[in-house]
Design a protein around this ligand. Structure first.
Ligand SMILES: [Zn+2]
Length: 348
């Protein structure tokens, strides 16, 4: 399943290739993964894609409102120029990371700012969750329609933004105003932006196992199975340890490991497992850097012990039994399974 680095890669590609384009028409095919297909068909034509960004594991296509279309030439463009100038200076000084921080700040203020009630009213977006196998990318109109193309958005330059998804485990929703704000507020902190204090608070406050906390989108938004396992291995923390039992040094080490891994993975355009490709159809390379994920039975790069897997909170978790010491009471018990793993369930 695409996680933060893959979705960030795809969102950056879409921002570069379709932002500023107007949607001319919409054709939907299978719609069982859409919140309200009629709203998508009715609301999208005529709107411009203002910006494409990642929010957790979602791709957010920010769209213009009717009011904005009218006001665009007047006060809006002035404000926009100010924002653009600020963005340019941040990008020059802080690079992509700064741009990400700024985008998320703007998004947060659009979603919850007290003085942005007008913004909030006018905010509208298409939310796309890729599920297991989804892809959203621009195509030339003459390119034949791939199998499993479930949505086509014709753009004003003749290209088509197509959503292709063989398994349809994703989600697509058109949301606006308060509904959009409420949807975004359901999610926890962005792991690339959260402070060490906030991260420690979110982890310490729960008896759930650390692996399931990392996967819980209301705690942190964007982390999935691969990057949870990789960061726990790097931080030498057992996936079955309770969040509440982690020391402050451990949460600090874990956050640093997670951020380092996510940044490196973004740089390498994500991990290509189950056919992930970016907006240009190019696969990511980070799967070559995996230290534990999918390596059960092979040697730990750090100590040489055999990597094992176990099920924590319903998800398979890869770990090194030597580097990542099991918490008390977790060794030697648990239900044995056919493969080398053991099954544990969380009490959460
Ligand atoms: Zn090891």
């Amino acid at each position: 399943m695409p996680e933060l680095p893959e979705v960030e890669t795809l969102a950056r590609g879409l921002q570069a290739r379709v932002a500023g384009r107007r949607i001319v028409s919409v054709t939907l095919r299978k719609t069982d993964f859409m919140d309200d297909p009629v709203a998508i068909e009715r609301e999208l034509p005529g709107r411009t894609i203002k910006r494409v960004e990642r929010f957790g594991k979602f791709i957010l296509l920010q769209l213009t409102s009717v009011e904005e279309i009218r006001e665009q030439d007047a006060t809006e463009s002035q404000r926009h120029r100010g924002k653009q100038a600020k963005r340019k200076s941040v990008v020059e000084h802080e690079g992509d990371e700064g741009a990400l921080r700024l985008r998320n700040e703007e998004l947060a203020s659009d979603a919850q700012g007290a003085d942005s009630s007008a913004n909030r009213e006018h905010a509208r977006a298409l939310l796309v969750h890729l599920g297991m196998t989804g892809n959203l990318a621009p195509h030339f109109a003459e390119q034949p329609l791939a199998k499993h193309t479930h949505a086509t958005f014709v753009l004003d330059d003749g290209r088509e933004l197509r959503y292709i998804d063989p398994r349809r485990f994703g989600r697509m929703a058109y949301l606006s105003g308060e509904t959009l704000a409420a949807e975004l507020l359901r999610f926890g902190a962005d792991p690339l932006l959260v402070t060490a204090e906030e991260f420690a608070e979110r982890i310490h406050g729960s008896k759930a196992r650390i692996k399931s906390l990392l996967l819980d989108q209301s705690v942190l938004r964007g982390v999935g199975n691969i990057y949870a396992d990789e960061s726990l291995w790097k931080a030498k923390i057992h996936p079955g340890k309770q969040g509440a039992l982690l020391k402050r040094e451990e949460t600090d080490t874990l956050l640093a490991a997670l951020q380092k891994i996510l940044r490196k993975a973004i740089e390498m355009r994500g991990s290509s497992i189950s056919d992930f490709v970016d907006a240009e159809g190019i696969a990511g390379d980070y799967q070559q850097r995996h230290k534990v994920y999918g390596r059960d039975g092979r040697k730990c790069f750090r100590c040489g012990a055999k990597i094992r897997w176990m099920v924590v909170a319903g998800r398979s978790s890869h770990y090194c039994p030597v580097c990542q010491r099991a918490p008390r009471g977790m060794t030697g018990r648990g239900k044995k399974t056919k493969r080398a793993g053991r099954v544990w369930t969380s009490k959460r």
